[in-house]
Ligand binder design. Structure first.
Ligand code: UD1
Ligand code: CA
Length: 482
């Protein structure tokens, strides 16, 4: 007969995230520590959402409000429920905190740990599938297990002589013989929701840690004649739980190496020193781009084709076009750089700075919330904040937009084909018209009309090119001497 699978029940997810994580030796709750720039809990939630569950319940406790905030950056509020566990009495107690929400649901419950961040949605889907298919009837509980060379610290899976599931024993409660077992409990399970909660009531805390262990539930179910299934997974790294900072750093490295390899093999990116480049899993980099040592590309950053990024630059949540050269030691956050631009060395772009095509930002230039127009240049020692600069304009060395009057941030608007002289102070709000020129060292406090030269401190209009031009033309028309 064909394999008759258990009629799938609606799927809910429960993420355990109330613990402090003592072994992190941190004031920050463990699940808020970051991997690839995102809190651990967000990685778990993202994998869970991919299964399109009915609802995701998150058990919170330590720094619960902060955990809630982090989770809501990842999940839709309408499909998320937070459950408080006021005292952390163990993983069994954590699940029990959700009793009032779940105990009577005719559903399947996928239980995840907030500190197992590498888990993939595909693996979870396979686990759920086996849970439904177990012996053609479905299981009451399916445990995701994995074999580890060094299983220390994890709960061990004890099998009976026939190789079927017998029980889970925690490291601290295990005998010398049981500690030799290499198959471990990943802390990821599928349960028949009602059976889980009815059995949970019988869990006691008479163990080495004096905690209510969720890991006691599968053996209790088995004793009641329920089906307990093991889903044995082969990629151990995926279910690695983070308990201390060494494990966190290991995963960070693994993740970045994996991303860098993928970029070299699949996207044709060159890394001069792949071991010393950090690239977020969320970033993308184009073909024939060359990345030098000690470059960090973080968050949702995209870099186009044929770019060069030199040593020591960090780029976070930014968009870089094609053919862009970014020289050494630049910091670029939340900004946009269009095709064929040059940046750095030692440049700082932040707060939605935007460089239009073929523009240039040089040494010790900072741009904040500023648009630098096509083919415009700010080559040395300049601060441009809350400014809009037109096309083909040159900003001289040492120029500062004085954008802050102590209360408000004010805007500076600079037109096309403008030449701002070295060391010009632009006291905002101020507008510089197209084709205007400021003399070296001018302090510009009033709008500058188009095509005029201003000088001095405070700068006053000295002449108007258009008028001079007109005078010249007029006198020429009159046949006068120039
Ligand atoms: C747990 C398992 C162990 C498994 C390992 C896999 C138990 C008793 N042991 O051990 O078999 O091999 O995970 O990574 O379950 N939490 C709460 N409230 C609590 C206690 C914990 O919400 O009262 C949360 C933690 O925040 C964490 C998760 O549950 O996200 C796991 O807790 P943790 O203390 O890390 O369990 P392990 O000792 O790793
Ligand atoms: Ca853990």
């Amino acid at each position: 007969m064909e394999n008759i699978s258990n009629e799938p029940k609606p799927l809910d997810v429960l993420v355990l995230a109330a613990g402090l994580g003592t072994r992190m030796r941190s004031d920050l709750a463990k699940v808020l520590h970051r991997l690839d720039g995102r809190p651990l809990i967000n990685h778990v939630c993202r994998a869970a959402t991919a299964l399109a569950p009915r609802k995701i319940y998150v058990v919170i406790g330590h720094q619960g409000e902060d955990v809630k905030k982090a989770v809501l950056e990842e999940l839709d509020e309408r499909h998320t429920e937070f459950v408080w566990q006021r005292q952390q009495l163990g993983t069994g107690d954590a699940v029990n905190a959700a009793r009032e929400f779940l105990a009577n649901e005719d559903s399947t419950l996928l239980v995840l740990s907030g500190d197992v961040p590498m888990i993939r949605a595909e693996t979870l889907a396979a686990l759920v599938q086996q849970h439904y298919n177990h012996r053609g009837r479905g299981a009451a509980c399916t445990i995701l297990s994995v074999k580890l060379d060094d299983p220390k610290g994890y709960g061990r899976i004890v099998r009976d002589d026939a190789g079927f599931f017998s029980r889970i024993v925690e490291q601290k409660d295990a005998s010398e013989e049981e500690r030799q077992i290499k198959e471990i409990n990943s802390g990821i399970y599928c349960f028949n929701t009602q059976k889980l909660f009815s059995t949970l009531s019988s869990v006691r805390n008479d163990n080495a840690q004096g905690e209510y262990y969720l890991t006691d539930v599968p053996a209790l179910l088995r004793d009641e004649g329920e089906g307990v299934s093991l889903y044995h997974h082969t990629d151990a790294r995926e279910v690695a739980g983070i308990n201390n900072r060494v494990e966190l750093a290991d995963l960070e490295r693994i993740l970045s190496r994996r991303t860098v390899s993928r970029m070299m093999l699949d996207y044709g990116v060159s890394f001069i020193d792949p071991k010393n480049a950090y690239v977020s899993e969320q970033a993308s980099i184009g073909r024939d781009t060359v990345i030098y040592p000690n470059v960090s590309i973080e968050g949702e950053t995209t870099v186009g084709d044929g770019c060069t990024i030199r040593q020591g630059t960090r780029i976070t949540n930014s968009r870089i076009g094609h053919g862009v050269t970014i020289l050494d030691n630049c910091v670029i956050t939340d900004s946009e750089i269009s095709n064929d631009c040059t940046v750095g060395p030692f440049a700082h772009l932040r707060g939605h700075a935007k460089m239009e095509e073929k523009s240039k930002v040089g040494n010790f230039v900072e741009m904040k919330k500023t648009i630098l127009g096509r083919e415009s240049k700010a080559s040395h020692l300049t601060y441009l904040g809350d400014a809009t600069v037109g096309e083909k304009t040159n900003i001289g060395a040492g120029t500062v937009t004085c954008n802050y009057d102590g209360v408000r941030k004010n805007a500076t608007t600079i037109g096309n084909n403008v030449r701002i002289g070295s060391d010009t102070m632009l006291v905002a709000p101020v507008k510089i018209g197209d084709g205007a020129v400021t003399g070296a060292g001018s302090v510009v406090t009033k709008d500058v009309p188009p095509d005029s030269l201003v000088v001095g401190a405070p700068a006053r209009v000295k002449k108007n090119f258009r008028d001079t031009e007109n005078e010249k033309n007029e006198s020429q028309a009159e046949g006068g001497a120039a």
